[in-house]
Design a protein around this ligand. Structure first.
Ligand code: ZN
Length: 179
């Protein structure tokens, strides 16, 4: 990311908003915003360490918090992801699942694509097709304009393998969304 260009763009944006970018409160805003963007739109690399294991039933990680950035409005959307998988002879460190969510949230995104990208990444790195991804998020671009919709949230899901069929109700039950 080009810090100087971003600072210049924020400076120009402030001017376009009819503000004086040189007044005290705004003087350092371009620098702060550029720094913030480079922080919230990049993620540290990590290793997909997996371990051989006999466990062959459902593993579910609930309530993985994330904050991403809507690419249509450059406003945050944030919420929680729930992920489950059935290992295929190898399990992954539980915190790595949260890292995968972080990886695909730290960039300009739409929730639908984020859900798919997490699914594809996990399929590849876990070596199993049996995965469920459930994301529930609030979008500031929806909440902050027009008719206020603070309570509105958006759910996206992606199920593959046995989660498309016999495991789906178990997954939803564990989420407290089943019947
Ligand atoms: Zn948006």
């Amino acid at each position: 990311m080009n810090q100087n260009l971003m600072e210049k763009a924020v400076y120009d944006l402030l001017k376009a908003m009819g503000e004086d970018p040189n007044r005290e409160g705004l003087k350092d805003t371009p620098k702060r915003v550029a720094k913030m963007y480079s922080e919230i739109l990049s993620y540290p690399n990590f290793n997909y360490t997996t371990f051989e294991d006999k466990y062959d039933d459902l593993i579910m990680i609930k309530n993985i918090e994330f904050c991403s950035m809507c690419e249509h409005h450059l406003m945050p959307f944030y919420g929680i992801a729930h992920i489950a998988y059935i290992p295929n002879k190898r399990i992954i460190g539980l915190s790595k699942i949260a890292r995968v969510v972080e990886k695909y949230s730290k960039k300009l995104q739409v929730q639908e694509r984020m859900t798919e990208e997490i699914m594809e990444d996990l399929k590849k790195n876990l070596g199993t097709d049996n995965i469920a991804v459930y994301i529930e998020a609030k979008h500031m671009c929806m909440i902050s304009r027009g008719v206020k919709k603070e309570l509105t949230s958006t759910v996206t899901t992606k199920f593959s393998g046995s989660f498309k069929t016999e495991r789906k109700s178990e997954f939803l039950f564990l989420l407290g969304k089943g019947n």
